[in-house]
Design a protein around this ligand. Sequence first.
Ligand code: MG
Length: 367
Amino acid sequence: MKIQRIFAHRIELPLHETTYRWSGGKSVTVFDSTVVGIETDTGRVGYGEVCPLGPFYLPAYAEGVRAGLRELGPHLLGEDPRQLGKLNRTMDAALKGHPYVKSGIDIACWDILGQSAGMPVCELLGGRYGDSVPLYRAISQESPEEMARKVAGYRAEGYRRFQLKVGGDPDLDIARIRAVAAQLESGDRLVADANTGWIQHEAVRVAKAVRDVDVYIEQPCLTYEECLAVRRQIPHPFVLDETIDDLGMLLRGRADLAMDVVNLKISKLGGLTKIKQARDLCVSLGIGMTLEDSWGGDLATAAIAHLAQSTPPEFLFSTTDFNSYVTVSTAEGAPQRVMGRMAASRAPGLGIQPRMEVLGRRVVEVF
Ligand code: MG
């Protein structure tokens, strides 16, 4: 089987909540997502999705996905999409870095592998654990009262895990954490994700001010060194996200005992093949994980569900259902949240059928 054509659609994904805000005054109102298709000489087509959280979250931007596909695509024509290790080496040899560009191609090739084998992707990624996986809900940065109200509402919908967007004014963030924690009950999990927004002394101060609160602190500062310094001064369980973007950083974090949980995103690592390697290493090392992506719609959520459900449950801290945040559905068969949980499809591959009428015309085509 050979790759014959690589194409992409650009799709806008507005939010039910209108705007998503996080540290440093950053926000997104309409997500710019790229749905990647890989067509083979047998007529089989696989799909993937890459949706950066705006151009200012990770070193990734939406138009960069499309430009990268035009650059990388010609090197992949004629390759077997099912030979994923080999395909990833070809991608890395042809284009240095840019893991998010490679992610959509890699996901689409896993979809083809699953369809060819007659197996769901999660079974190929290691096996299906349980019937469903627990979701967290990201709570956009607002006033403490509004964030507490949102958490109470999403809790009533079945979510039990919440990720607060903090990383703003330290006093306001202390109030945000306290207001939300007051809504929670035994068994709920609360993460305060600063998304690199605090400087070192602010992070230590906020954490010490909520010393009595059952909360995880996620990525307080910009650099790994600052995060490590904070981690060593505070009592809370600690999550690293933005600074853990490859295996080298994961191993460094482990050697320094810099985190209890790591947030791994498919496009941050460069696709399902590479995140599987990091995920399996975390399982061997005993590190909990939030498994997700930077954002996306039905296709990204399907890929996340297969990854999450193929992870031993004791290591899966949480995952997320981005398709429930956005107002546009791009595929049939994508996971649908039920009482704060979702399940990977039991159909072969990712188990989704793109809605071509929603995706519209192709904006990239390499053949
Ligand atoms: Mg995070």
